[in-house]
Design a protein around this ligand. Structure first.
Ligand code: DX5
Ligand code: ZN
Length: 222
């Protein structure tokens, strides 16, 4: 089985040194860089958008994993691609025409993801299974880092893995991921883990490396 991808969420980085923080997390050995875009409408918080993504793109050549917590994501898909996003994930709750949105993301040359809030049933995925590269399962209510993991998502991950029926689709879990919570979601079928506060602890490449290793160790050989 391929190793689980670790995607540090830069929401927990020092925004005053964002470029250096991304360079450091890259050197610390992460797989993807998780970018939490929040618009103050879909979620009660504001972060950053394409200009900031463009400004930090050169800090790492790793996969830029853009998680759009925005209402009406269709408006700026191309701009996110141009800014440097490799994966673009939209929320099922925010996309009125999910099938079309996913096709557009793929047409732009990006991998297409759908995210589900903790209360959103996975059934909607059934109708877009062949348009999907990734499912981002929220294990907290989106908007803020540092919240506690919601355990009901473990069974949800299993149900989604079953629904995918052998398709080569990543299941990424986001929110409250630590070495304690990670094993259950990986055992249920997750292949990528977002972690903000658990990874950006300690403020140095050495501590980031240790934090990433702790996550890898927790999910190895399950
Ligand atoms: C929440 C974000 C997450 C969050 C994860 O809205 O989507 O990516 O930053 O942070 P932790 O790992 O601290 O829960
Ligand atoms: Zn996220």
């Amino acid at each position: 089985m391929a190793e689980v991808k670790i995607a540090p969420s830069i929401l927990a980085a020092d925004f005053g040194r964002l470029f250096e923080e991304i360079r450091d997390i890259d050197q610390a050995g992460c797989d993807w860089i998780h970018l939490d875009v929040m618009d103050g409408h879909f979620v009660p918080n504001l972060t950053f958008g394409p200009p900031v993504i463009r400004a930090v793109r050169k800090a790492s050549s790793k996969t830029f994993d853009a998680h759009l917590m925005v209402t009406n994501p269709d408006r700026l898909l191309e701009t996110y691609r141009e800014a440097g996003a490799d994966i673009i994930t939209v929320h099922a709750e925010a996309a009125d025409h999910l099938d079309r949105t996913l096709s557009r993301i793929r047409d732009l040359g990006c991998r297409a993801g759908v995210s589900l809030n903790p209360h959103t049933a996975e059934e909607c995925l059934r109708y877009v299974l062949d348009r999907l590269d990734l499912v981002l399962v929220m294990s907290v209510n989106p908007g803020f880092g540092g919240q506690s993991f919601i355990p009901t998502v473990v069974d949800k991950v299993s149900r989604i893995r079953e629904m995918l029926d052998g398709r080569d689709v990543e299941i990424e879990v986001d929110g409250g991921i630590t070495p304690d919570t990670a094993p259950a979601v990986v055992a249920a079928g997750a292949t990528a883990l977002v972690a903000g506060s658990a990874v950006f602890k300690g403020g140095s490449v050495a501590s980031y490396k240790q934090n990433i290793e702790a996550l890898r160790h927790a999910v190895r050989d399950l």
